[in-house]
Design a protein around this ligand. Structure first.
Ligand SMILES: *Cc1c(COP(=O)(O)O)cnc(C)c1O
Length: 399
């Protein structure tokens, strides 16, 4: 089933992704089971609410939930779950949102969880018409601060599980959920990128949200799982603010197939392939002047390691960010994980590689490092210049 590479026909670069699962890079490699299921349903009609019932059954089984459904994205799930917590099953309230007159409309979130995954978490909450109530400070949240922030206007609390959040000084989910449960406040967990499908509900969440297009290798979609009543109230938003976050039959079917494939996936085999890629890169980078590598486990305990590559500019003749940019500019373009690059390192993430691409990545690294060593000057673009590049690109897009 070797289909032609659509990118060529569209004049797009055939990038290699060692960055991770990024919306801006096309998320993940969709598993064949999902592609096949989507192709099968696309020319057919289905009763979509019935299809969502089937999705509910599969999601319930895999997530240890009472019910679930598929929406456009995890981001949509945040907005819809918050909306559901405010309206319950009141259809009139559903149609009135984002006007929340007469409804509980405050949503708590720890300040250290108010992060951007490409858009701000708190905007996803506010989009439903809710008022965001930050709890604690960026690097500290205490039980009394959460308990004290709960009032008769509190509709829900949002908890984010992600490497993006502040990684210390936050309340663990169990404690966060216990405080909320004692006061009747539902807890919505954004676990977009987490491999663990059952742990967050087990830890006390009322709703947990995942992206179908990340580790699961599904189509672009979001998974809502949790307590039946709250899942239903969230589902009802499809007749309100959820309409603009619509998911099609193909994405529902594709998400079901990806979940079922996940259950049967050779997780150990995949882990082994990823480890082999890391070992290859480590070997090929050994003894390179100015380069030091470490294998680092995923910060939120997903079963995934990454290669952390430190660049010492004096010895390597290039900065970490210039190396990242050179790799991205080259042929084939290699996109690394560079969100902390100002500290002089970036990561290589092996979880989205096609077979053989690990070798190309190693070759490209050695090429660029060799070229830098031959350069008489140290290649060092001011970070400030690089930082402004994304905004400048967006301001001239589509030109
Ligand atoms: C990716 C991500 C999202 C957004 O998920 P989409 O399904 O792409 O909307 C939200 N929260 C976190 C923590 C993420 O990593």
């Amino acid at each position: 089933m070797n289909k032609p590479d659509t990118r060529k026909a569209l004049g797009l670069r055939a990038i290699i992704n060692v960055s991770g699962t990024m919306t801006g890079l096309g998320a993940s490699i969709i598993v064949p089971q999902a592609i096949e299921a989507m192709a099968g349903v696309m020319p057919q009609f289905v009763e979509v609410d019935e299809l969502q019932k089937v999705a509910s059954g599969v999601i319930a089984r895999l997530c240890g939930a009472e019910a679930g459904f598929v929406t456009a994205s995890c981001s949509a799930g945040i907005t819809l779950a918050v909306a559901g917590a405010m309206t319950g099953s009141d259809l009139y309230a559903v149609e009135r949102l984002p006007d929340t007159t007469g409804l509980k409309d405050e949503v708590l979130i720890m300040t250290g969880h108010m992060v951007s995954y490409g858009a701000p978490v708190e905007q996803g909450i506010a989009l439903a018409g809710a008022r965001v109530v930050p709890v604690g400070q960026a690097t500290s949240a205490r039980p009394y601060q959460l308990a004290g922030a709960i009032s008769e206007r509190t509709a829900a609390a949002v908890y984010v599980v992600s490497h993006h959040t502040v990684q210390y000084g936050q309340l663990p989910l169990e404690e966060f959920a216990a405080i909320c449960r004692a006061r009747g406040v539902p807890v919505i967990v954004d676990a977009a990128s987490e491999y663990d499908l059952k742990g967050f509900l087990a830890a006390g969440a009322d709703i947990v949200l995942y992206s179908a297009h990340k580790f699961l290798g599904g189509p672009t979609a979001g998974i809502v799982a949790g307590r039946k009543e709250l899942v239903r109230a969230t589902f009802l938003q499809n007749g309100g603010i959820g309409r603009g976050m619509k998911v099609g039959k193909e994405s529902i079917v594709g998400t079901i197939a990806a979940l079922e494939a996940w259950e049967k996936r050779d997780h150990a085999g995949i882990r082994e392939r990823e480890q082999a890629a890391l070992a290859l890169w480590r070997e090929r980078l050994a003894e390179r002047p100015g380069i030091r590598v470490e294998i680092e486990p995923d910060p939120t305990d997903n079963p995934l390691d990454r290669l952390k590559l430190f660049v010492e500019p004096q010895a390597a003749h290039i900065t970490a960010w210039d190396l990242a940019d050179a790799l991205a500019r080259g042929e084939p373009p290699v996109i690394v994980r560079d969100h902390e690059v100002e500290h002089g390192f970036f990561y290589l993430d092996p979880c989205n590689l096609h077979p053989g691409q690990e070798n190309t990545v190693a070759d490209r690294l050695t090429e660029e490092l060799g070229a830098a060593l031959r350069s008489n000057e140290i290649i060092a673009t001011p970070l400030q210049e690089r930082r402004g590049r994304r905004a400048a690109y967006l301001k001239r897009w589509p030109d």
